[in-house]
Design a protein around this ligand. Structure first.
Ligand code: NI
Length: 411
């Protein structure tokens, strides 16, 4: 029995198990073998952001074979494909990210990465396979929807971000996209659950770099210096008061200093220091407050000691904010694949970020998590871990949710 076969039989077991309320249609379940093969092929050939050449060629070849209208080279390595229903109507976009991470895989599986130092450690291989399966199913079942479904296979989600360049390339026009949906396989949730939430779902991502300039000198003669380590330490502490004292305690925000480099010897007072880190929050209104306070704290502490700071504060991704109607669409249709009504996890939220946020700023949409962890099969390592892997049973579940959403939204 090959691994693909064993996953297939696990899916059928799951579909027929008495406790499971799963309603995966047989014609979707029948795609499981292909889904696993595509996912494993992609897993073996991972590529970093904006270098998804093999990946996008593979995706484009399949989509063309199935008769979709395919556009390649969108925002460098992105692929856009359109499948039309039998009658005219609205347009629903489905987004999948295709990029991998600069991580050396430690899994000993037959489908392990063949590219040294690069790994699909976040599940984007699965996202691409699910979107492919959905495209195939819809190409064979055009009578199930009106209007069209536009597939956005996006590069570089892990950075520097492929969503924004795709929007600039016009992927939301011709035809105009009415709504957009997308999913992330999620090992923080068990298989058979779906995390979906109206409103803020994932955090805004901001990054700062700060170089402090004091005055170096002898470790025994601090009065002749401006100590950049003392300065930096005060800034690290003072920055924590932004969340503790400036942000409304009923809101969520994070200020993390991830790097603090200074000094060269035990008896030398450091003349400069370097800090970098990240800021996260959900509510778009916090953008101004936090960045403004951040600058005040850095400049204020520096001024108190006659030091200077060079601050580079960058907005990377806005928060992922789900539209109530499209979140309802996901909720309604995800009930088909969850084990029990409790399988829909409504309070699901993370301080992680996603450039799906840019699409959601343009059109109403919803991004959600599809539970993919399976403790019993040791498939529960966190995302971005060198042993990350997920339960591939989730692949058919993803196709089931997407295709149901299409019939529902485009009926
Ligand atoms: Ni990811």
């Amino acid at each position: 029995m090959t691994l693909a076969d064993s996953t297939q039989s696990q899916l059928s077991q799951r579909l027929s198990s008495p406790g499971s309320s799963s309603q995966i249609r047989p014609e979707v379940a029948a795609l499981q073998g292909d889904l696993v093969n595509w996912r494993r092929h992609l897993h073996q050939h991972p590529e970093l952001g904006f270098r998804e050449e093999l990946t996008s060629a593979f995706v484009a070849r399949k989509l063309t074979e199935w008769g979709l209208e395919v556009q390649t080279g969108v925002a460098k390595t992105g692929v856009v494909a359109l499948v039309r229903g039998e009658r005219p109507g609205r347009t629903l976009a489905i987004r999948a990210d295709m990029d991998a991470l600069p991580i050396q895989e430690e899994n000993e599986v037959p489908y392990r990465s063949q590219h040294d130092g690069v790994m699909h450690a976040c599940g984007h291989d699965g996202h691409t396979a699910i979107a492919l399966g959905t495209a195939y199913y819809l190409s064979q079942n055009r009578h199930l929807f009106n209007g069209q479904v536009k597939f956005l296979f996006q590069p570089a989600e892990e950075g520097p971000g492929g969503a924004q360049p795709m929007i600039e390339a016009g992927v939301l026009r011709n035809p105009e996209v009415d709504a957009i949906i997308g999913l992330h396989l999620w090992n923080n949730l068990p298989l058979g659950t779906v995390g979906v939430r109206t409103g803020p779902f994932m955090a805004a991502v901001e990054v700062f770099e700060c170089t402090l300039s004091g005055k170096g000198g002898h470790g025994a003669m601090p009065h002749q210096t401006i100590d950049s380590i003392v300065l930096g330490a005060q800034i690290v502490n003072a920055l924590q008061t932004i969340v503790a004292r400036n942000v409304d305690p009923l809101e969520a925000a994070v200020v993390t200093v991830g790097e603090f480099h200074a000094g060269t010897a035990h008896n030398v007072i450091a003349g400069s220091a370097y800090l970098s880190g990240t800021v996260r929050y959900f509510k778009p209104e916090l953008a101004e407050l936090i960045s403004h306070r951040f600058r005040e704290v850095v400049e204020g502490v520096c001024a108190s000691q006659g030091a200077r700071a060079k601050l580079d504060y960058r907005r990377i991704y806005p928060p992922v904010v789900n539209h109530p109607e499209i979140a309802d669409l996901i909720r309604r249709n995800a009930t088909a694949v969850v084990d029990t009504p409790a399988g829909i996890v409504p309070e699901c939220q993370t301080m992680g970020g996603e450039d799906m946020a840019f699409f959601l700023q343009e059109v109403p949409g919803c991004y959600f998590f599809l539970g993919s962890a399976n403790e019993a099969r040791q498939l529960s390592y966190p995302h971005h871990h060198p042993r990350f892997d997920f339960d591939e049973t989730a692949l058919a579940m993803g196709v089931e949710i997407f295709t149901r959403c299409v019939s529902d939204f485009l009926s």
